[in-house]
Design a protein around this ligand. Structure first.
Ligand SMILES: [Zn+2]
Length: 139
C-alpha cells in the first residue's frame, strides 16, 4: 500500500536489516528496539491488522515466529523471548519478537489494574456469550 512504511521496507524502497524472507513473510530488526535484536515479522501483503489477515497467513507468521524466537534465544543469549501483537502504531499487521533478560529492568510491558467487585465475571459473561452466539465455542 502506498505510504505504508512496512510496504516500503518490503519493497526495499526504505532500508532495513532483513533477518528472514520468504514468499509470504518478511522479518527485520525494529529500528527502535525494546532490547537489541527486537524483530518484527510481517506479511508481505498489506493487511491492516490481525482481524484483516487470512488465517493461513496468521498461521505462517506464528510458526515462523517460533523459529525466529529460537534464533534470538540462542544467538543473543536471551533468557526468553516476548511475542507481542500491539497493533496501532503502524497499520500493517506485525508481530513483535523481543529478546528478554531476567535482569533487563522491565518487569512488565504495560501497567496492570485490579478488577472492581463483579467486573471480572461481567466481562467473562460478555465474551463467552459472544463466542457462543457466533458459534466460536462449544456449549
Ligand atoms: Zn503495508
Amino acid at each position: 500500500m502506498d505510504g505504508c512504511v512496512f510496504c516500503n521496507i518490503i519493497k526495499k524502497v526504505m532500508p532495513s536489516e532483513v533477518i528472514y524472507e520468504d514468499k509470504d513473510l518478511f522479518s527485520f530488526l525494529d529500528i527502535n528496539p525494546v532490547n537489541y535484536g527486537h524483530l518484527l515479522i510481517i506479511p508481505k501483503k498489506h493487511y491492516k491488522d490481525i482481524l484483516d489477515t487470512p488465517e493461513e497467513i496468521i498461521s505462517k507468521i506464528f510458526i515462523k515466529a517460533k523459529d525466529l524466537m529460537k534464533a534470538i534465544k540462542e544467538c543473543l543469549n536471551a533468557d526468553y523471548v516476548c511475542l507481542s501483537v500491539v497493533g496501532v502504531d503502524v497499520p500493517h499487521f506485525h508481530v513483535h519478537l523481543v529478546p528478554r533478560y531476567f535482569n533487563d529492568g522491565m518487569e512488565n510491558f504495560w501497567p496492570t489494574k485490579k478488577y472492581p467487585e463483579g467486573e471480572m465475571e461481567n466481562i467473562s459473561k460478555k465474551l463467552t456469550s459472544y463466542l457462543k452466539k457466533k458459534r466460536l465455542m462449544f456449549e
